[in-house]
Design a protein around this ligand. Structure first.
Ligand code: BG6
Ligand code: MG
Length: 222
């Protein structure tokens, strides 16, 4: 039986994945690097500085930035992003998520947040969802970001739940890999082109139903 859910935030609980994309796109334009949706899939779930590194690697012209300059560009992106998330409201919770969280709580399963974002608590607060999460991973205390499993292991350890009894929910390729590497059951939200490694996949959040997920979890390996 599963005992806990560990949710990603951006692109799962609310559509901030789109805001991260728009903010990086703007920074890309400023740097002369085109950030398209395909490159963006490689940025999802990945830390701020690592995202910048991936964008710089996609540059058509050689760019060598010092660490201090990289910090400045990353901060610039975050400033764009902060403007975009300022207006987030509870009505921005993605379809089906409120119901799913309620179903999970009613079933006495535990709920944690495993986001790479340093803005996660701000966004959760804007959504009015802080109370729903028993534990929130602090990305400042994570040495290895997704696709490394540390984020998810940290959440399970904090809850005191065995890894195999955890279900991770993610919209990113890096996140699904992290959940799988953690030995947890992975639920993907999005397109099979990027999320085919997920143990269970739905096209969008409105299709996340606790009973279906539990069934897929029990059917593992059969
Ligand atoms: C993840 C997002 O949740 O958080 C990434 O999917 C983002 O796009 C990462 O880079 C870090 O977020 P932040 O808000 O600390 O820059
Ligand atoms: Mg995400």
């Amino acid at each position: 039986q599963p005992q806990a859910f560990i949710f990603d935030l951006d692109g799962v609980i609310t559509d901030t994945a789109e805001f991260h994309y728009l903010a990086w796109k703007q920074v890309g334009e400023e740097l002369g690097i085109s950030v398209d949706r395909e490159l963006n899939e490689q940025l999802k779930g990945v830390s701020r500085l690592e995202s910048l590194e991936r964008i710089l690697s996609a540059s058509p012209h050689p760019l060598s930035l010092s660490d201090a300059e990289k910090e400045q560009w990353a901060t610039r992106k975050n400033n764009h992003y902060r403007e975009l998330i300022e207006a987030i409201r509870p009505s921005d919770i993605l379809p089906g998520i409120t119901e799913l969280l309620e179903e999970i709580q009613a079933s006495k399963l535990r709920i944690a947040l495993g986001s790479a974002s340093r803005n996660a608590t701000f966004v959760l607060d804007k959504l009015g969802l802080t109370e729903a999460f028993e534990y929130i991973v602090d990305p400042g205390r994570i040495a290895f970001g997704k696709p490394h499993p540390e984020t998810f292991l940290n959440a399970a350890d904090a809850l005191g739940v065995p890894y195999a009894a955890c279900i991770g929910v993610e919209d990113s390729e890096a996140g699904i890999e992290a959940i799988n590497q953690a030995g947890m059951f992975s639920v993907g939200v999005g397109a099979p082109a990027f999320l085919h490694e997920a143990d269970y996949l739905v096209p969008d959040t409105s299709r996340l139903k606790l009973e279906e997920i539990r069934k897929a979890y029990s059917d593992q390996g059969t």
